[in-house]
Design a protein around this ligand. Sequence first.
Ligand SMILES: O=C(O)CCC(=O)C(=O)O
Ligand SMILES: [Fe+2]
Length: 472
Amino acid sequence: MNSCISPASTMSTTVNVMADLVGKISELLSKDKATFSVGGSIPFAAGAGDDSAQHTTSAPVVLRWDPASALAGESRNVVFPQADAAVGQGAEQLAVLLRDCQPASFGRGGEDVFDEEYRKASKLDASAFSSSLCPYALGIVDTVAELLMPSAYMAGGSRGVKAELYKLNVYSAPSGHFKAHVDTPRSEQQFGSLVICLPTPHAGGALVVRHDGLTIRHDWGAGTSLNEGDAAPPALQWAAFYSDCEHEVLEVTAGHRVTLTYNLYSVPQRLQVAGKTEIMDVARLPLYDAVSSTLQNPLFLPEGGRVGYYCRHAYPHSASAPADAPLFPSILKGVDLTFYKVLEALRLETMVRQVLQEGGGMDYYDDDDEYSREDADVHPGVTISRVAKYASGTTFTSVGGHDSYTWDDIRNDYGRAYDVVWLNEALPATGQQGFAHLAYGNEAEIGTLYTYMAIIFKVDKWSDKELEKATA
Ligand SMILES: O=C(O)CCC(=O)C(=O)O
Ligand SMILES: [Fe+2]
């Protein structure tokens, strides 16, 4: 160790540099969009003996397209990466692809315009080609969801990312490029774009993304054989960025740079199932028949009422969700989702809500046991249940801070009371502390009661006419 003490000026420089660095990092961490573009690289599987179970690798990518000039039903194809021996032939196939592409336009003042000064590229529309590349299977979509998903949608993980194929673009030497621009969002749900670069040898053509004074450069030509010295094994290279980021494609100086572009949307994750009955025929489920025939039986709740089912799965229901991205019903899964779908298909008035645990919590108050109405003759199997006004979030009451309160006083302050015929019992593991109340003791304390997610539907009262018909 050097025993010499640094002069004061050096010390203070060091301190300043440290403060600068720490400041920079914490500023980036505090900014919602400091991570405004992410990217990566996925190698191609080497074939037999490859340890692809451990690492994500890609199978060769087959690209097929419909040339405008070909007979109906005829398509052409090319496989990436090209085998070394086939590079000459590959160049020919690329030339054919290029010939079948159209000049790429861009949006200016609400119009599609062609201007090689601004953008020099060729494209195929998504309707004219397909490829075996699946960004979901490669983990790209999950990675984007983890890192770029707008934070407003994160609560409860109820939203997912949809990557929709948009274009195939080819930027070729000399001078293929796209000047700085911002992509036009295709809908309100679009939050970004994804670009995947197929492994063709090229130089130049870096994708440069800028946001808030920061720049990220994705240079995919650098690792290809046209840049000897640093040529890497062929890989799929990709980048994703937020829609409000300015970006550009620098000039391609050699070869062809071929990319697939995708629009990235934030979508309700499971609502893709919950919201669309057309992809699943609910009426084919045994549960559908069981519920529908029960409802047709005049002996079942002739006076009408509510029937409840405690969800079998645990959900983060005591956390609140943003109003524009509610957790329920979109987060429902498995049998809970199936049951909800069945009720929806039967057009029953249904609510997915938190229900307060029956009875009280710790031994603070008298339990006067009024909440459960087991006066079986009048209301067989009916329980007065406390149902929350909202599906998610924790509620609080100031009731309970004195020993003259009873559990019922506290419970009465939670949601609404409904008479419910329960189909099952709540599973302890699905409960969460969703209702906080004041408790008493030496010091002010807060007690909590458990809430459980439930699906409750309404059964209408039978009219005399219907009853007559049903029993005839
Ligand atoms: O091919 C790329 O790298 C991105 C092209 C682009 O910015 C676009 O298509 O809007
Ligand atoms: Fe763009």
